[in-house]
Design a protein. Structure first.
Length: 163
Protein backbone atom coordinates (compact mmCIF):
# COMPACT_ATOMS: atom_id res chain seq x y z
CA UNK A 1 0.00 0.00 0.00
CA UNK A 2 1.46 3.34 -1.01
CA UNK A 3 1.34 6.49 1.14
CA UNK A 4 -1.73 7.92 -0.63
CA UNK A 5 -3.69 4.69 -0.16
CA UNK A 6 -2.73 4.61 3.51
CA UNK A 7 -3.92 8.20 4.03
CA UNK A 8 -7.22 7.45 2.25
CA UNK A 9 -7.75 4.34 4.37
CA UNK A 10 -6.96 6.25 7.58
CA UNK A 11 -9.52 8.95 6.77
CA UNK A 12 -12.38 6.76 7.92
CA UNK A 13 -10.50 4.65 10.47
CA UNK A 14 -12.19 5.40 13.76
CA UNK A 15 -11.56 4.35 17.34
CA UNK A 16 -14.40 4.29 19.83
CA UNK A 17 -12.92 4.16 23.34
CA UNK A 18 -15.39 3.91 26.19
CA UNK A 19 -15.67 3.29 29.90
CA UNK A 20 -18.86 1.64 31.15
CA UNK A 21 -20.03 -0.08 34.31
CA UNK A 22 -23.75 -0.71 33.83
CA UNK A 23 -23.41 -1.20 30.07
CA UNK A 24 -25.11 1.94 28.72
CA UNK A 25 -21.90 3.49 27.36
CA UNK A 26 -20.91 0.19 25.76
CA UNK A 27 -24.36 -0.09 24.18
CA UNK A 28 -24.21 3.48 22.84
CA UNK A 29 -20.70 2.85 21.47
CA UNK A 30 -21.97 -0.20 19.60
CA UNK A 31 -24.93 1.72 18.12
CA UNK A 32 -22.58 4.49 16.91
CA UNK A 33 -20.18 1.91 15.45
CA UNK A 34 -22.98 0.09 13.66
CA UNK A 35 -24.38 3.31 12.15
CA UNK A 36 -20.97 4.47 10.89
CA UNK A 37 -20.02 1.03 9.54
CA UNK A 38 -23.34 0.21 7.92
CA UNK A 39 -24.24 3.58 6.46
CA UNK A 40 -20.81 5.05 5.66
CA UNK A 41 -18.37 2.14 5.51
CA UNK A 42 -16.22 3.48 8.35
CA UNK A 43 -13.61 1.10 9.70
CA UNK A 44 -14.30 0.99 13.46
CA UNK A 45 -12.39 -0.44 16.40
CA UNK A 46 -14.02 -0.40 19.83
CA UNK A 47 -12.11 -0.70 23.09
CA UNK A 48 -13.25 -0.84 26.68
CA UNK A 49 -10.93 1.49 28.58
CA UNK A 50 -11.55 -0.46 31.80
CA UNK A 51 -9.89 -3.49 30.20
CA UNK A 52 -7.25 -2.05 27.89
CA UNK A 53 -5.81 1.09 26.43
CA UNK A 54 -5.03 1.54 22.76
CA UNK A 55 -2.65 3.63 20.75
CA UNK A 56 -4.43 6.29 18.72
CA UNK A 57 -1.62 6.41 16.15
CA UNK A 58 -3.52 4.65 13.34
CA UNK A 59 -6.80 6.53 13.74
CA UNK A 60 -8.07 9.69 12.07
CA UNK A 61 -11.16 9.86 14.26
CA UNK A 62 -11.58 9.21 17.96
CA UNK A 63 -14.90 8.93 19.78
CA UNK A 64 -14.63 8.83 23.57
CA UNK A 65 -17.55 7.67 25.69
CA UNK A 66 -17.80 7.86 29.46
CA UNK A 67 -20.32 6.67 31.96
CA UNK A 68 -21.31 8.72 34.97
CA UNK A 69 -22.13 7.34 38.39
CA UNK A 70 -22.85 9.28 41.56
CA UNK A 71 -22.01 12.52 39.80
CA UNK A 72 -18.57 11.40 38.65
CA UNK A 73 -17.38 10.72 35.12
CA UNK A 74 -15.46 7.45 34.96
CA UNK A 75 -11.75 7.99 35.46
CA UNK A 76 -10.63 5.68 32.63
CA UNK A 77 -12.21 8.00 30.06
CA UNK A 78 -10.84 11.09 31.78
CA UNK A 79 -7.33 9.63 31.74
CA UNK A 80 -7.71 8.80 28.04
CA UNK A 81 -8.59 12.45 27.32
CA UNK A 82 -5.24 13.61 28.73
CA UNK A 83 -3.26 12.53 25.67
CA UNK A 84 -2.34 14.68 22.70
CA UNK A 85 -4.82 13.97 19.91
CA UNK A 86 -2.97 16.14 17.41
CA UNK A 87 -5.07 16.85 14.32
CA UNK A 88 -7.43 13.92 14.88
CA UNK A 89 -11.14 14.58 14.90
CA UNK A 90 -12.42 13.87 18.41
CA UNK A 91 -15.99 13.49 19.63
CA UNK A 92 -17.03 12.99 23.26
CA UNK A 93 -20.20 11.66 24.83
CA UNK A 94 -21.41 10.64 28.24
CA UNK A 95 -24.16 8.33 29.40
CA UNK A 96 -25.99 9.23 32.59
CA UNK A 97 -29.52 8.84 33.83
CA UNK A 98 -30.07 12.59 34.06
CA UNK A 99 -29.32 13.15 30.38
CA UNK A 100 -32.15 10.79 29.45
CA UNK A 101 -34.67 13.01 31.28
CA UNK A 102 -35.58 16.15 29.28
CA UNK A 103 -35.89 18.15 32.52
CA UNK A 104 -32.28 17.32 33.47
CA UNK A 105 -30.64 17.14 30.03
CA UNK A 106 -29.13 20.65 30.00
CA UNK A 107 -27.79 20.29 33.53
CA UNK A 108 -26.26 16.91 32.66
CA UNK A 109 -24.58 18.39 29.55
CA UNK A 110 -23.17 21.27 31.61
CA UNK A 111 -21.93 19.07 34.46
CA UNK A 112 -20.58 16.08 32.56
CA UNK A 113 -19.65 17.43 29.14
CA UNK A 114 -18.95 21.17 29.22
CA UNK A 115 -17.39 21.29 32.70
CA UNK A 116 -15.38 18.11 32.14
CA UNK A 117 -13.98 19.20 28.77
CA UNK A 118 -13.05 22.61 30.24
CA UNK A 119 -10.35 20.73 32.17
CA UNK A 120 -8.73 19.76 28.85
CA UNK A 121 -8.16 23.13 27.12
CA UNK A 122 -6.00 21.61 24.36
CA UNK A 123 -8.68 19.11 23.39
CA UNK A 124 -10.78 20.32 20.46
CA UNK A 125 -13.92 18.29 19.79
CA UNK A 126 -15.94 18.19 16.60
CA UNK A 127 -19.05 17.20 18.55
CA UNK A 128 -20.27 16.33 22.05
CA UNK A 129 -23.44 14.78 23.38
CA UNK A 130 -25.07 13.36 26.50
CA UNK A 131 -27.31 10.31 26.38
CA UNK A 132 -29.39 8.57 28.99
CA UNK A 133 -28.16 5.62 30.94
CA UNK A 134 -29.31 2.66 32.91
CA UNK A 135 -28.94 1.65 36.47
CA UNK A 136 -28.75 -1.94 37.61
CA UNK A 137 -28.79 -3.12 41.18
CA UNK A 138 -28.19 -6.76 42.09
CA UNK A 139 -28.69 -7.72 38.45
CA UNK A 140 -32.05 -5.98 38.19
CA UNK A 141 -32.51 -2.98 35.90
CA UNK A 142 -33.95 -0.08 37.89
CA UNK A 143 -34.19 2.24 34.90
CA UNK A 144 -33.07 2.43 31.29
CA UNK A 145 -33.51 5.71 29.46
CA UNK A 146 -31.05 5.33 26.58
CA UNK A 147 -32.68 6.66 23.41
CA UNK A 148 -31.09 4.63 20.61
CA UNK A 149 -32.75 6.77 17.95
CA UNK A 150 -31.05 9.86 19.39
CA UNK A 151 -27.74 7.96 19.32
CA UNK A 152 -28.24 7.06 15.65
CA UNK A 153 -29.03 10.69 14.76
CA UNK A 154 -25.82 11.80 16.49
CA UNK A 155 -23.85 9.12 14.62
CA UNK A 156 -25.28 10.43 11.33
CA UNK A 157 -24.11 13.92 12.25
CA UNK A 158 -20.67 12.55 13.23
CA UNK A 159 -20.27 11.17 9.75
CA UNK A 160 -20.45 14.66 8.27
CA UNK A 161 -17.83 15.95 10.72
CA UNK A 162 -15.47 12.97 10.44
CA UNK A 163 -15.68 11.95 6.78
Amino acid sequence: MNKTQKVIKMVKKTLIAYSSKSGATKEVSEVIADALKTNYNFEIDIIDLRKSNSSIRDYANIIVGAGVRAGRVYSEALNFLKQDFGDRKVAFFVCCGGAGDPKNYDKSCANYVTNVLAKYPNLKTVSTEAFGGHLKLLGKTLFDNVDKDKVRVWAEMLHSKMA
